[in-house]
Design a protein around this ligand. Sequence first.
Ligand code: ATP
Ligand code: MG
Length: 351
Amino acid sequence: MTGDTPTSTGLHLGHYVGSLENRLRLQREYDCFFLIANVHAFTTLAEKPGEIRANTLGIVKDWLAVGLDPETSTFVLQSEVPAIAELTFFFAMLLPFNKVMRNPTLKTEIETKGLGDSYPFGFPMYAVGQCADILAFRPELVPVGEDQEAHIEMCRDVASKFNQLYCGVGNRVAAEEHVQAGGLFPVPRAKIGRVARLAGLDGVNKMSKSLGNAIFLYDDEKSVQKKLNKVTVQADAATGLVPQSHVLLQYCDAFLLDARAKEIRAMYAAGGEVMHGHVKAELGAAINELLAPMRARRGELEARPDKGDSLVLEVLKRGAARANSVAEETLYLAKEKMGVALGRRTLGFAG
Ligand code: ATP
Ligand code: MG
């Protein structure tokens, strides 16, 4: 189980190496749920619901373009699954307020997104909501980038606490044995991608949809190269060398063959004359080769009369029906454990 927030019209290379690659592999082995966190997009875009809708359609198109398969996996539109909202409220009681506010991912987001001290109440709330997004589907694994580790840790806390309080699981029982011990929720593990945190083109922050430092999966060849060409490469004043931590070298590791990346690193370490332009061109070619089939598939979708929107909405409707059948059962079982269930219910719509 994993997801993306619709804060821009598509996904970027950070998503690919951080999470999408794992999703592609895992969807062949596991019953997967991929969620569009459109409710959480309102934390920063409440005044622009039209953008959230357009972003949702765009991101699902990228999922299809990358090869996530709605026939074998379930695409979940968060706002269509009421059990998630209900679980959020119960889970909010299991997390100390100060612990949520100390969550390092939230703190970084407040800083890098310039939210100051006037962010809405719903902003920190989204971290609690994310526990419900995940646990509604009682998953084992959550394929995410490193920035999500703190959130997954909170989710593990919530699952453990719930199992201990309401399912009689002893507090010495190991996380991976909670279900055998009678717990409702597996304590899910984060599965971090091949590149845990891909840096953005600014070389400072992580590559992020909201920070204007991303190469998007649908960027055309020229834009990819242009973006790379703009990356500044400067030698460190003290050593006279381009630091090995430089973002260009990180991209070499991520997108070139290992041996070639090592060669380039050695070149920079030796401090000779390096043609940065050549390295950028080589990277551009490699990234464009990776993106070409995705770009083509997204292009095919967008070439449909309604830009593929109705196909996406159809996929989301089918997904909502399946997502609700699972999440409703989780909610019912959770309420039963908490002693507040009166019986199973059916929703008045079916996707
Ligand atoms: P926003 O800027 O709105 O927070 P984002 O770019 O961080 O957007 P999310 O929707 O928050 O994207 O993240 C979706 C998934 O992609 C998460 O699992 C996250 O860990 C992963 N991810 C995002 N950016 C990176 C990155 N630069 N490197 C590795 N993984 C990433
Ligand atoms: Mg993010």
